[in-house]
Design a protein around this ligand. Structure first.
Ligand code: GLU
Length: 312
């Protein structure tokens, strides 16, 4: 047996508290839970409340209580990113000491003007401040210097994914102009500190993964396994999001039927008679039967039973 097979799987669910739990997030919770527990692993919850201005008061508690009512059990007290700022500072210092970080004076408008081709997530940073700040300019953000070669990883659902950080995103922000630490840094520090070795989440983060893998490499930390799940779309074809003020039906209550729907969304053949079972039983079925090979790659409109997904 290879030594890494002896390592216990540690999975996690990392919702942002920008609203109540919605069906799109539930899919990530169900997938990460079943895949961690199937292997006898641990499952952790982290509240990604770094971006305080976007946070909705009470949403974190609401998400946790909904998860609890649906039968999820986490092995450690939830981690709150907002309480870990000192740790992000420390890791940023380490990256700075390693020569990976540079201050950048560019505003959003300047970056837009200097980036001829849009990348996957907006303009690609042209490297304006890479060799030092232009005369008379003061630093706004801190960026990580990225390499010019391609990075390849194997995703549990999407297979081989290749990205050249330099051409797809450019040197990326670790600390924003408003002083907030960027998601890309926080997620790596948090997952590494919690011993997470299996990251299961929505496919909207597939193209963030090479940035995160590169950060692991800069820090000399072991890279987790990645599994990206198809996204649940609303009737308009957009990702279901807490921020868009989605129809109440996309918010998830404590009715177990929505768990069966999330499992079916992930290609799992939940027996019809289980649909009416208590949540804990449906989740247990998922843990015992979850088949990664059955998970489709395509994002799809979520056909969820309105009676089951009640607003809370
Ligand atoms: N906080 C992110 C979200 O709610 C997930 C981040 C992650 O799983 O890495 O979409």
């Amino acid at each position: 047996m290879k030594p890494d097979k002896l390592l216990q799987t540690v999975g996690r669910f990392a919702p942002s508290p920008t609203g109540p739990l919605h069906f799109g997030s539930l899919v990530a919770a169900v997938g990460s839970y079943c895949l961690a527990r199937r292997d006898g692993g641990k499952w952790l919850v982290r509240i990604e409340d770094l971006d305080r201005p976007r946070e909705v008061a009470g949403a974190a508690d609401l998400i946790l209580s909904t998860l609890e009512r649906l039968g999820f059990e986490w092995d450690e007290p939830p981690v709150y990113q907002s309480r870990r700022i000192a740790r992000y500072k420390e890791v940023l210092k380490r990256l700075q000491a390693g020569g990976h970080v540079f201050p950048c004076a560019c505003s959003r408008r300047e970056i837009l003007a200097s980036a001829p081709h849009p990348g996957e997530e907006g303009p690609v940073y042209a490297g304006t401040c890479r060799q030092g700040l232009p005369p008379g300019r003061s630093p706004r953000s801190l960026r990580l210097r990225v390499p010019g070669d391609s990075l390849l990883f194997v995703d549990g659902v999407f297979g081989e994914v290749e990205q050249c950080l330099a051409s797809a995103v450019g040197d990326f922000v670790l600390r924003r102009a408003d002083g907030l630490f960027a998601y890309q840094l926080a997620v790596v520090v948090d997952d590494a500190d919690s011993g997470v070795n299996q990251v299961v989440r929505g496919a909207d983060l597939l193209h963030s993964t090479p940035r995160q893998i590169y950060l692991y490499a800069c820090l000399g930390w072991p890279v987790p396994r990645y599994v990206h799940l198809p996204l649940a779309l609303n009737a308009g074809g957009d990702k279901i999001s807490k921020r868009q003020g989605e129809a109440a039906t996309h918010h998830v209550g404590g009715d177990g039927r929505v768990l069966a729907q999330a499992l079916r969304f992930l290609g799992q053949e939940v027996p019809a008679e289980l649909t009416q079972a208590p949540p804990g039983e449906i989740l247990r079925w998922g843990v015992e039967h979850f088949c990664l090979e059955a998970v489709p790659r395509e994002n799809r409109i979520a056909c969820i039973d309105e009676a089951a997904a009640v607003c809370i």
